[in-house]
Design a binder for this molecule. Structure first.
Ligand code: ATP
Length: 419
């Protein structure tokens, strides 16, 4: 089976937008057992769109295009593909109704051009857009004049904005795949998400054991986190994946915080919610990143009471009540300050748990004793307050991200009763 992805958008070619569709769609397809064979990014230019789609139609069973379905003059995908296939455009009633409803609900006049988004090629299946105006489209190109023997292809066009594309892919594209493009063999995959352990250590502990099972294993390293992807094809693959998961859990279970799309912060919010417990943060060098990550999770309001960014000594003293003597005697970046910050924010907010961070992000400010990258993370709980020292000698952004994950991981370990 041949699958090709065409990402359109001049902003991609100008480096003004990162092509996240490429990664996201390939990942979704891989998790379902499909491999994308080829991906191209092209500008919003009529001849480029036509040439790329024509080429893909000459060999692929499934072609997915992204972008260019909107109402502006650079949104050409739908028109050009309809032209290439010799199909007229028709107005889709349901799409028109949704567009009219959108403007009526906002009591805004509807610009004329907007309705062009409801135009779809004749004979196409319409994929309604729950988060925007332009519907997606799926076309069975059968017979396919561009392919040897006129073999059929399925051509799917998806809108550009990720918040529109992703739900449409999940709600409309995934459900049609088993029927339109059945896999020869059953496929199973499992992604286990870890934090606080490096990929080479993981491989050392589980690599040989998993290899004995004869399944595919992949490691994807991100900042502070490594995803372990187990995949197998064929009869019995589900059992093999379960056996592999057991091995991973047995050897590095303490580092696993979730599966598939889980995030560390969603784990924290879920656990605290289940326990009926609350959290507060006092951050210095992470500039509010911990609170930001927690508030990215729906339902965060049930657990996060407050997040302080106390960058200066004066703010640590004034808003948290950290003692000037502590700051003078030990310095702002110290275990004693991290402990006091965590205790103070827990006391002031009445939260059950409190996290604090104080460190030296650099590039300046380091000393021989406390080099750039030194950071202390505090955790105050109903039972006691602890602090850990870390060394994160990275650029500022990575430093912040790594430190935020270390703090969240400290809390995760406490909530999971991991030593
Ligand atoms: P619109 O109605 O917004 O015009 P559209 O379907 O025409 O939707 P585009 O105009 O191509 O989509 O893209 C809209 C926005 O979506 C882009 O400005 C960009 O921010 C984002 N986007 C498009 N393609 C990608 C991509 N491959 N990866 C990440 N973001 C993208």
């Amino acid at each position: 089976m041949t699958i090709e992805l065409i990402n359109t958008g001049s902003e991609l070619m100008l480096g003004r937008a990162l092509n996240t569709h490429q990664q996201w769609i390939c990942r979704q397809m891989a998790d379902l057992g499909y491999t994308v064979n080829r991906q191209v990014a092209i500008p919003d230019a009529p001849h480029e769109i036509e040439a790329a789609v024509r080429e893909s139609l000459s060999r692929a069973d499934l072609i997915i295009t992204t972008g260019g379905l909107g109402p502006t003059s650079d949104d050409l995908t739908r028109d050009r593909i309809a032209g290439l296939l010799g199909r007229n455009l028709r107005e889709d009633e349901e799409a028109v109704r949704r567009i009219e409803q959108f403007f009526a609900a906002r009591r805004r006049p509807m610009p004329d051009k907007v309705k062009t988004q409801a135009l779809v090629p004749e004979g196409a299946m319409v994929l309604q857009n729950a988060h925007g105006l332009a519907p997606g489209v799926a076309i069975e190109v059968d017979p396919n004049p561009f392919r040897p023997g006129n073999a059929p292809s399925l051509l799917i066009m998806l809108p550009g904005p990720p918040r529109e594309l992703r739900p449409m892919f999940k709600d409309s594209v995934i459900p049609m795949l088993p029927n339109k493009l059945p896999l020869q063999n059953p496929f199973f995959s499992r992604t286990l998400r870890t934090v606080g352990i490096g990929e080479s250590v993981i491989q050392e502990r589980i690599g040989a054991l998993i290899a004995e099972l004869g399944i595919e294993v992949g490691y994807c390293a991100r900042v502070s986190q490594v995803d372990i992807r187990l995949a197998a094809l064929g009869n019995g693959s589900q059992k093999l994946i379960a056996a592999a998961e057991e091995i991973v859990r047995k050897h590095i279970g303490d580092y696993i915080f979730g599966l598939e799309e889980d995030t560390l912060e969603s784990f924290i919010v879920r656990e605290l919610t289940a326990l009926g417990k609350t959290l507060a943060t006092a951050e210095s060098c992470t500039g509010g990143l911990i609170a930001n990550q927690i508030t990215n999770v729906p339902g965060a309001s049930a657990v996060l009471l407050a997040g302080f960014v106390t960058y200066s000594n004066a703010a640590k003293e004034k808003f948290l009540g950290v003692r000037m003597e502590t700051l003078k005697a030990h310095g702002a970046v110290s275990e004693a300050t991290a402990l006091e910050m965590a205790e103070a924010v827990r006391r002031e907010t009445g939260a059950d748990y409190a996290l604090s961070v104080t460190g030296i992000a650099g590039p300046s400010g380091g000393t021989h004793e406390k080099p750039v990258g030194t950071v202390f993370v505090g955790l105050a709980t109903p039972e006691k307050t602890i602090a850990r020292k870390y060394y994160n000698p990275y650029d500022r952004e990575t430093f912040k991200q790594v430190t935020a994950y270390q703090a969240l991981d400290l809390l995760r370990r406490k909530l999971s009763a991991i030593a």
